[in-house]
Ligand binder design. Structure first.
Ligand SMILES: Cc1ncc(COP(=O)(O)O)c(C=O)c1O
Length: 411
């Protein structure tokens, strides 16, 4: 995939202050040494199978298949990873690297909180100090995850700059790293940022697609026709797509946050809309949602984990080459997809993952019965209980929360 080291076509690179270049070069060296050590991948897969439920199942969604009456729908169950999302794949891999590097502290940025919880979990398991940066808006909407991070022993810093979401958390984490790199590793949560992060995160997440390929060949004796994954930074998408890049007959579909609709301007769609422009920020070159002066725009999505201004340079390049198609699903479609998946299959997708479901549901009825679809369920929806209950207008839940709050007031 890489043309020049750290580049994907014209995207990627490492645009960092001089002070961080040596740390990044050392990280690259340590990562390449681990990657070329035949024992490292087996140490990784063994850790993931004993600690994180890998290989995750590939579930045939029989009821949904019948309901839509078109393509056969499979769901790759990354929600069954320890901590409830694909984020564990990347974090545990980087944790093994930290052990090799001998560092004692990790920092991370998080949007939905899933990456923060995964990092705090890894730090607890490996005995590392942990600080997680999170935008103030995300702290509000993902409070249960903040609670868990703190209980797991991490310090959560609420970032009050800018739009107080993921990009601001990422800026703050970079600031911390500039001052602490001797002792600290930055566990970047997605396939973005300066080289070698995109390559490293893609490497650990590639386990998703490798498993899907094997499972699909075992179950169906052939590859799927289409794969759908949601795209925030892009790690679950790159993770499931990578194994299929050379299999041209497999269509790859990335689904971004369409928010209130692309025409409304309230969305976080970089590759499916025409609103993003190529720029350099946060250490790498890609499509960013930015204004004429290059100032980053506010983004919007019901799903905190997709609410980001940049996107993986790997995906930006694969869009340019036409290998992956990009789409957007609106908040309303996403809530409907969560509702339908719960009712028909007894599965609760995260709001982020539900973007992939929503777009696949648009297409499934129009496809023939011998078409096979795979949807990557990147995470489980428990963390979204407040947002989903609001969106569905659940009166009993509201009553419960009011009662609970009254109980706290009277203590
Ligand atoms: C469940 C889930 N899915 C998807 C994402 C988006 O990240 P990525 O595009 O890197 O997979 C997040 C980010 O927090 C997430 O929590």
């Amino acid at each position: 995939m890489t043309t020049k080291r750290g580049y994907y076509g014209c995207f990627g690179g490492a645009f960092m202050p001089e002070i961080l270049i040596a740390t990044l070069s050392q990280l690259e060296k340590d990562f390449y040494a681990a990657k070329s050590d035949p024992g490292f991948w087996s140490e990784y897969t063994s850790l993931m199978s004993s600690y994180s439920c890998r290989p995750t199942p590939l579930t045939l969604a029989e009821n949904l298949t019948r309901y839509f009456g078109g393509a056969r729908i499979y769901i790759k169950r990354e929600d069954l990873n320890h901590t409830g999302a694909h984020k564990a794949n990347n974090v545990m891999g980087q944790g093994l690297l930290v052990k090799r590097m001998g560092k004692k502290r990790v920092i991370a940025e998080t949007g939905a909180g899933q990456h923060g919880v995964a990092t705090a979990t890894m730090a607890a398991r490996f005995g590392l100090d942990c600080t997680v940066y999170m935008g103030e808006v995300d702290v509000e909407r993902q409070r249960p995850n903040v609670f868990w991070m703190e209980q797991l022993g991490a310090t959560v810093v609420s970032v009050k700059d800018g739009s107080r979401t993921l990009k601001d958390a990422m800026n703050e984490a970079m600031r911390d790293w500039s001052a602490s790199m001797e002792t600290t590793h930055y566990v970047l949560g997605t396939v973005c940022g300066p080289h070698p992060f995109p390559e490293m995160v893609a490497y650990f997440q590639s386990i998703i697609g490798q498993e899907v390929k094997q499972q699909m060949l075992q179950r169906e004796g052939r590859l799927p026709d289409r794969i759908y994954a949601c795209v925030g930074g892009g790690s679950n998408a790159v993770g499931i797509f990578t194994a299929f890049l050379e299999d041209r007959q497999v269509e790859l579909h990335g689904v971004e946050a369409g928010g209130k609709g692309l025409a409304s301007g309230h969305h976080a769609s970089r590759l499916a809309s025409t609103d993003a422009r190529v720029g350099i920020a946060q250490g790498y070159k890609t499509f960013f949602l930015q204004d004429e002066e290059g100032q980053m725009k506010e983004t919007y999505s019901v799903a905190a984990g997709l609410d980001y201004i940049g996107v993986s340079p790997i995906l930006a390049n694969l869009r340019e080459t036409g290998r992956i198609q990009f789409h957007a699903a609106t908040d309303n479609e996403v809530i409907e997809a969560v509702r339908l998946t719960m009712k028909k299959e007894g599965i609760i997708p995260a709001l982020e993952s539900a973007h992939a479901f929503a777009y696949a549901y648009r297409e499934a009825p129009t496809l023939s019965k011998d078409t096979i679809l795979v949807i990557n369920q990147s995470g489980r929806g428990d963390k979204d209980i407040f947002t989903i209950a609001d969106a569905l207008g659940d009166a009993k839940w509201k009553e419960f929360i009011i009662k609970k709050a009254r109980g706290y007031e009277s203590h």
